[in-house]
Design a protein around this ligand. Structure first.
Ligand SMILES: *[C@@H]1O[C@H](CO)[C@@H](O)[C@H](O)[C@H]1NC(C)=O
Ligand SMILES: *[C@@H]1O[C@H](CO)[C@@H](O)[C@H](O)[C@H]1NC(C)=O
Length: 564
């Protein structure tokens, strides 16, 4: 494998040195012009035949990490084909290019690492970030996903190995949202790692010292944000990904009104959860503000959801104070109540007058929630007793077990349906199979998956050149996602549209966000397109090959046909 710095963001990746793949798609005329006629077998393989070849190779592999590596090397070699393959079966490939396999790949990134992809900026590069950005070959970048690797998925501090996440996430920006891959830039801010395993790992690719924090860290981030907007403009989207809890909130609050930025772990998760809640109201037949919501967890995801639920309740007409009273948090120390020790500023907001309580079963009995949301990655936290109590308290208890992976889910879909006698409304973070009840009825557990949200948000923000991404964007996104559900006849238990419709969902989200941005004057792409949907469609990345020969002549049809 090559080790040279290969940057594969070209809009028309044409590699004459890899004639076996893209090469077979070259027309006769293209082959002649490139002087490679005769270096390829005479057959012409269309892109569909190439997709078929990749799928066959993919199926032959037995381990997901190998499949990940197959796809990553395809991404390096032939970007258009890579995205064509992903789009051919997004449900099959998402678990490979993104969670859970990407986590596995990050843990062994030293092994999986072939070619560098993205920009690596270290804490020792302070003062030089602007120059480094200049070495990136693309001058138009519209979306950046940046991480410092401190809290990768549920895996902890993976340092520079965390680069797999921005790379994978941006692949989904393109595969699910149609954002042009050459306008995307993955960035690793390497400030060191506190992970002893990595510091001793001979294959580790990052800085071999402890994380540098404090002023130096903040300066690095400030400089990065400034350098990016200096080079790519104020409306370059900068998505923060997998930062540790404290930094994630701090940086979001610091930059949200100054830059075009969002944090998917906080805001994307919130949007998808609120979409699920709105969908659940269809079954409970009341308003969100009629509910009492209890969170098991008080981290990024919990607080993100809590804040958005608060907004949604206010939008229904409830006052802020009354809405806050309907939201309760439980963290590792128990119920979050006024006067309790170790409460951060974010948690403080939802701390109510109440006695201190520790045990979740007791808390559920006492608070009597109608909605229970698990986001603390404590597998099995929703015990049979809790589920039974929720069913006793509510006709249709809403149970969201959002922690990933499956082993960390607060309860399974089956447990939820079993202990609530099929009355529970369930959504999870990780996918669960449909459950057939003793009555013979089959229910489809909802999967509250961020992939419904961030690609559409990115496409919308980029298309209209939005300057800031305020919280309303995520409430609107939740509403669009919820409304898309109704196109499907069989709603049994479903809270989200099927994942296969994701490209369509993303487009609809983008159009709605752009409409709102023009109405509220937060768009910067002018003149305003007359037909926003047509305009956004025209922005979407195409996986078809561009011919670089204006007028290619071809062999007879039958000589070129491939039967699949
Ligand atoms: C979202 O769905 C995809 C496809 O099923 C899956 O690979 C991924 O793990 C899900 N995301 C999470 C966070 O569970
Ligand atoms: C340290 O890194 C290893 C290897 O990548 C990973 O499996 C582990 O979860 C990390 N540990 C912590 C505490 O972050």
């Amino acid at each position: 494998e090559e080790t040279s710095l290969a940057i594969c963001t070209s809009p028309t990746p044409i590699s004459c040195h890899e004639p076996h793949l893209f090469g077979m798609a070259f027309t006769l005329e293209e082959r002649q012009q490139l002087n490679i006629h005769g270096l390829l077998p005479p057959c012409f393989l269309g892109q569909d035949a190439q997709v078929y070849t990749i799928l066959q190779n993919f199926e032959r592999l037995t381990c997901d990490l190998d499949r990940y590596m197959l796809l990553m090397s395809l991404q390096d070699r032939n970007e258009k084909l890579f995205y064509k393959v992903l789009a051919s079966d997004i449900e099959k490939f998402m678990p490979i290019v993104y969670t859970p396999t990407v986590g596995l790949a990050c843990q062994q990134y030293g092994l999986a690492f072939r070619r560098p992809r993205g920009l690596f900026i270290s804490i020792h590069d302070r003062g030089h970030i602007a120059t480094m950005l200049k070495s990136w070959p693309e001058s138009v970048i519209k979306a950046i996903v940046v991480t410092d690797g401190e809290r990768i998925l549920g895996l902890g501090d993976l340092g520079c190995y965390g680069m797999g996440i921005p790379v994978g996430k941006l692949a989904l920006y393109t595969a699910c949202g149609g954002v042009k891959p050459y306008q995307c830039l993955p960035v690793m801010l390497d400030v060191g790692t506190d992970n002893e395993t990595l510091l001793k790992d001979p294959l580790y690719i990052g800085l071999r010292h402890k994380r540098i924090r404090g002023q130096a860290y903040d300066d690095l981030l400030d400089e990065f944000m400034e350098a990016v907007t200096e080079r790519y403009g104020m409306n370059c989207l900068i998505q923060f990904e997998d930062f540790a809890n404290a930094n994630a909130f701090r940086l979001l609050n610091k930059y949200r009104n100054k830059y075009c930025t969002f944090n998917d772990d906080i805001q994307g998760t919130a949007s998808v959860a609120v979409a699920g809640l709105l969908a659940a109201l269809r079954i409970t037949k009341n308003k969100l503000s009629d509910h009492t919501v209890l969170f098991q967890g008080a981290g990024e995801a919990a607080l993100g959801i809590a804040n958005l639920v608060l907004m949604a309740m206010e939008k229904e007409g409830l006052s802020k104070d009354a809405a806050i009273k309907r939201i309760w948090l439980v963290d590792s120390k128990g119920l979050v109540v006024k006067g309790r020790a170790s409460l951060t500023h974010e948690k403080q907001r939802f701390a109510h007058e109440h006695r201190e309580m520790k045990n979740l079963e007791d808390i559920v009995k006492d608070i009597k929630p109608s909605v229970l949301i698990g986001v603390a990655a404590i597998g099995g936290a929703f015990t049979p007793q809790i589920l039974k109590d929720m069913a006793a308290l509510n006709k249709h208890p809403i149970i969201f077990a959002l922690s990933n992976p499956t082993s960390k889910a607060e309860c399974t879909a089956e447990q939820c349906y079993k202990y609530t006698e099929g009355r529970g409304i369930f959504a999870s973070g990780s996918p669960f199979d449909p459950v057939t009840l003793p009555s013979g009825k089959t229910l489809y557990p909802g999967q509250g998956n961020n992939s419904y949200v961030f690609p559409g948000v990115a496409l919308g923000v980029i298309s209209c050149g939005m300057r800031h991404i305020d919280e309303n964007v995520f409430l609107t996104t939740a509403e669009v996602l919820y409304s898309k559900l109704f196109k499907f006849n069989n709603l049994e238990g479903r809270l989200y549209p099927p994942l296969v419709t994701i490209q369509d969902v993303s487009l609809k989200i983008a159009v709605r966000l752009a409409e709102e941005a023009y109405r509220k004057n937060t768009a910067s792409t002018y003149p305003q397109p007359k037909d926003l949907e047509a305009f956004i469609r025209s922005q979407v990345y195409s996986t078809d090959y561009n011919s670089f020969v204006a007028d290619s002549y071809t062999w007879p049809e039958e000589a070129m046909k491939v039967k699949l």
